[in-house]
Design a protein around this ligand. Sequence first.
Ligand code: ADP
Ligand code: ZN
Ligand code: ZN
Length: 824
Amino acid sequence: MPLLADVAVPVPLSQAFTYEVPAALAGEVRPGARVLCEFHRRKLLGVVLAVSERSAAIDPSKIKPLAALVDARPALPAELLSFLQELAGYYFAPIGEVLRLALPAIEREQVRALKAQGELDGMLDLGRAKQVGGRKVAYATATDVVEEPGTLRGQAAAVLALLRANGEQPVARLEERYGNARSALKKLAERGLVALDEREPPRDPFFRLPEERDVPPELNPAQAEAAARIDAALEALSAPERAALSAPGKAAPSAPGDAEARGAAPREARPAGPSAFLLFGVTGSGKTEVYLRAIKSCLDRGRGALVMVPEIALTPQLVARFRARFGDELAVLHSGLSDADRHAMWASLHGGKVRVAIGARSALFAPVPDLGLILVDEEHDGSFKQEEGVRYHARDMALLRAHRAGAVCVLGSATPSIESVALVRRGKLAELRLPERAHREASLPEVTLVDLRRFGAGPSGDPLISLPLHRALERTLAAKEQAILFLNRRGFAPSVVCGSCGNLTTCSACSVALTYHRGRRRDARPQAPAGAPAPGAPGPAAPIDERPQGGLLRCHYCDYAGPLPERCASCGSRTLLLEGLGTERLEATIAASFPEARVARLDRDVAGKDRSQAILARMREGKIDILVGTQMVTKGHDLPNVTLVGVVNADAALGLPDFRAAERGFQLLVQVAGRAGRRDRPGRVLIQTRNPEHPAIAFAAAHDVPGFLEREIRDREEVGYPPATRLALIRIDAVDEGVGRGAAAKLAAHARTCPDGLARRVEVLGPSAAPIARLRGRYRFRVLLRARERGPLRGTLAALTGLMRDGIDRNARVIIDVDPVAML
Ligand code: ADP
Ligand code: ZN
Ligand code: ZN
């Protein structure tokens, strides 16, 4: 019988392909190794999934031999490889694309050598970002010059829009996205719209920080209890019999469909006792210290650990604490790494030199040696769900990977996700509680609700800076303390409306309003808007003519950015009004009302990775009095002198057509409130709302997290949304509206007529237009599948993938989103 290898190639097909292992390579080709293989007359780089001696299921004459073996030592360890296969099965994602997630740091030297021989045409070569010159890298930035409307087309327009939307970019990254990036940049630079610069790439920011010496504190009783239970779980899983239980590689890649992602039931042979935990502790209760102890226990048993955090660029302090404890045992994985540094990190984990990795969502795929522990900090955070490509949820998959690896998993949060709380109730996660702040003096802040229906505009004239908030800011400044103002909207004004006909300026590619961004200005203290609008008005509106010139209209959903139009597109009137309040305008209003205060802003527009750290550092050093910002200010920064947090508009997030809107609003409020008053200073939180009775607001004001969770779980049960049910969202989009609608209708009909649909084990909702009906020029539709049990849902999805392969108009794109998070 021939020796056959199943190889995943980087094509968007879910199956692996069979090749023959040439006699010369027998014994050397192992699962996880990269190989070169011929695929439709091209040589592709693939990854071996399995090797076995067997008779081929297909015509043996059609089986080609492998062209070459790239890795002597498999690039993917067995544990990771079988996890990736399960993940692919769970999400109905092509195995080739899933493998790409885990191989960012390919051993490029070898690949280059092959390339030189003309052997390679592979998409797995992720070392595509080219270095320009020696160590120097070329960067492009949009200048402040604004073009005549309509004079840019094609890639030049797209590249410029991207630069305006995202700030400076390495040219190599633009080239990955736009084939003609170079000539487009040349054109743009000639017209003064773009500036090009060549310089050394920045050093890894996390290693610029000095590493302080760290003396582990004595744990308080709650921490000690949590640490002991995690330690006991590590002990149970690290006992000798573990080797037999979960020897990597032996875990035959069982039918991927069986992957039980959400808190799988322990296998029979497993030791008793929980191995997955929810660490539920208020902000500042010392969760991080528990993580540090858990990692220590894990390392002491000779095993590796993985830490996932929502946004690593925003958490240098957290990383510093891990470094202070583990020093060079720690690999910090983040998007700011150069390819060489990323590769070095990956290789040192893969080679077992470094045993702890910390990073954002994609760290889930780090090749941590003998994985014994996965920690997910702020597990409720939405950024753990990837919303493009393979739509995986890193928290759910952390539970799966840990389970399969025989590792302990700890999910930590001050505001646990409803999903995790449900797993606790079903006995799949054990709960560990830290009920109090670690520093005895630090009490929870006092929260006051400001009912905007009763309080009008304060002295600033802006109806969203009420008198109580204004007074609280004054008191904070007088006491030489700091304040944070949270507003969930970037830009200056969220909408531009015609003063004559009321027409809203929308994006030409998306069915959403364009946001007016005034952009960076030297003059940070403009005049307060003239003439205060009546209290209770929806928001200040001012004719653009009275506004400083310049600025851009931007779409927050696509890369569009362009100048303000001269006239209303609908009636031709010149009176365009800026409506609503964004962070730029809030910053300007506050700066005008408190001329003595140092005001700064933190949102995605001001903050590249380095900038956000610089702003937070200035805040910590007391060089900023009032920090205005979006979610970015809510992440776990330890800012001890912040005694006032103002939530400018708590209602903004609650009205979205999404069953998680209340949960998200609640989490945001609790997290932002947690920024107030750490250590010895009592904090105050002011929440402005028109809806003080809304449970998300009322429970947040009372610091009653369990109360909210209880009620929200009940509500979900009543309306039949997760975690009471399971969802899969079929997302359909097409340039042509009819094509999209037709495909959606066909998919829905098919879902209804497959056995589980007919038996009503799967409920089919739709087809319907998505809440954002058009995005980037494509019309969006959806079909929502809902079921009590996962089996029928999977069965229906499997039936649909068949239809998607050959029964759907090729101009429609269909994406399966299992356990969807973004519902818009
Ligand atoms: P969390 O991660 O839950 O927000 P942290 O771990 O950041 O909380 O702890 C908050 C603060 O309390 C930190 O400054 C930390 O150093 C300190 N801390 C944590 N545990 C202890 C302890 N057992 N004794 C003294 N200080 C502690
Ligand atoms: Zn008009
Ligand atoms: Zn758009």
